[in-house]
Design a protein around this ligand. Structure first.
Ligand SMILES: C[S@@+](CC[C@H](N)C(=O)[O-])C[C@H]1O[C@@H](n2cnc3c(N)ncnc32)[C@H](O)[C@@H]1O
Length: 195
């Protein structure tokens, strides 16, 4: 079992509906204005149902969508058959399939809380290396009760910023909002740039 994926294979049929009910614009309203104009290279790590990958693809961006849970990935490919989304069966911490490449936006929505402190420390250099000079990294952090069957850890803005700073990334936006559907769940959405 790949760390972080616990529960997703079994729940995929339900999640492929639930995650798609929220629009990209609603979910990510706090950082929309920071997304560069179209025709950029996007890496979506833990792309889930492909909702976000599809939003970028519809603008004409070249999207690489990493998703290790087979049922999520295959369901997402059916939901969003865009030719400019390349789906890849790969996973953190190494994401070896994209090593050596760089992207204009590295997008990690609702993934970081699946890893413990040692894993997060090991992952940040790998993730930061994928951000092109002048480009951006978006990470959202989930806070709140852990759903049954999932592997999740408490994550903090301070720790995430410190890990990112050590890799030369600067935080330019923090948005903190309450989940619109899960009671007691809050999200921090962080946008980093690389000089
Ligand atoms: C809460 S979902 C978020 C999906 C999507 N990013 C979104 O915001 O709707 C977390 C996703 O991370 C994926 N995931 C879990 N462990 C992972 C790992 N080690 N590497 C990459 N993705 C992983 C899961 O399979 C799942 O699709």
């Amino acid at each position: 079992m790949i760390n972080g994926t616990q529960g997703y294979e079994q729940e995929a049929p339900e999640l492929l509906q639930r995650y798609e009910q929220m629009t990209f614009e609603h979910s990510h309203s706090g950082v929309l204005d920071l997304i560069p104009p179209p025709r950029i290279r996007v890496l979506d790590i833990g792309a889930g149902t492909g909702r976000d990958a599809a939003w970028f693809a519809a603008r004409g961006d070249e999207v690489t969508a990493i998703e290790p849970t087979r049922a999520m990935r295959e369901g997402a490919m059916k939901l969003h058959p865009a030719p400019n989304i390349m789906w890849v069966d790969d996973c953190l911490p190494d994401i070896a399939s994209v090593r050596g490449r760089v992207f204009d936006v590295v997008w990690m929505s609702a993934v970081w809380m699946h890893f413990d402190a040692a894993e997060r420390a090991r992952m940040m250099p790998n993730v930061a290396a994928l951000v092109a000079p002048g480009a951006a990294l978006m990470i959202s952090l989930r806070h709140g009760p852990i759903p049954e069957g999932r592997r999740m850890f408490e994550v903090s803005v301070d720790e995430t910023e410190a890990l990112a700073r050590a890799e030369g990334l600067t935080r330019v936006r923090r948005e903190n909002i309450e989940s619109s559907y899960a009671p007691g769940v809050f999200w921090d959405r962080l946008w980093f740039t690389k000089p």
